[in-house]
Design a protein around this ligand. Structure first.
Ligand code: DC
Length: 223
């Protein structure tokens, strides 16, 4: 039996940060679905495959090895044996990840990986379609949102902290384009599940959001 917490929402809504905090506090395995899509995007870049070469991108899935690990109490992700946790946040990856995540076959294969990773574990998983598509029977579903201005500000700050150079306008353009693409996917489009709890985090601190979600989990999990 596993206990599944699904956190969905648009880019920059704070899903990643909140999920990381809660995973540590409550001992839930953190499976970041966006990071897996970013790994496929990175491998596309590494192999110099053009975005139009869909067949070649799909073939990557046969050769790729993605692993979620914990090192020094931090969640890290490995692509073919290499720690790419920072690398997948860079601009070249951010630019192509949304179209790559729109490829049906890529979604099917990664969804299998996510379901496999979650087997018999208590997990928290963030993404776009976790509560609607990957785990429609998740024990808890949260839809985390924030205004576009706030989401761009957060991503800008996060990039600065990680030494990634992208100005405000560039991030705004990138996020708007991703929102548009993520909401209009044929499969796994970003939308709130009917039974998800909606949280607008625009005027909330990270701690406030994390505590709110922790309260919801504790009530349901009875720990
Ligand atoms: O959460 P993120 O910014 O790391 O996600 C990167 C991209 O992956 C994002 O543009 C949408 C896509 N994605 C998706 O389509 N489905 C998911 N469950 C998670 C991410």
């Amino acid at each position: 039996m596993s206990f599944i917490v699904a956190i969905d929402g648009p880019a920059g809504s704070g899903k990643g940060t909140i999920t990381e905090i809660i995973s540590k506090k409550l001992g839930l395995v953190n499976i970041g679905s966006g990071a897996a899509y970013r790994c496929v995007a990175l491998e596309t870049i590494n192999k110099r495959i053009d975005l139009k070469e869909t067949e070649k991108i799909i073939k990557i899935l046969d050769e790729i090895n993605i692993e979620y690990k914990i090192e020094n109490k931090q969640n890290v992700i490995y692509l073919n044996g290499k720690n790419v946790t920072q690398r997948i946040r860079e601009k070249d990856v951010a630019t192509i990840v949304s179209p790559i995540s729109s490829i049906k076959e890529v979604r099917f294969r990664l969804n299998d990986l996510f379901r496999d990773c979650a087997k018999n574990k208590d997990v928290i998983m963030e993404g776009r379609d976790i509560g609607t598509y990957v785990f429609p029977n998740a024990d808890i579903k949260i839809y985390l949102d924030a205004t576009i201005e706030e989401r761009v500000k957060r991503r800008y700050k996060q990039n600065q902290e990680n030494g990634i150079e992208m100005d405000y306008e560039e991030i705004l353009k990138n996020i708007k384009k991703r929102d548009e693409n993520d909401k209009n996917k044929e499969i796994g489009a970003l939308k709130q599940a009917e039974d998800a709890i909606y949280i607008d985090s625009s005027n909330m601190s990270i701690e406030e959001v994390a505590n709110k979600v922790i309260d919801i989990i504790k009530q349901k999990r009875k720990i």
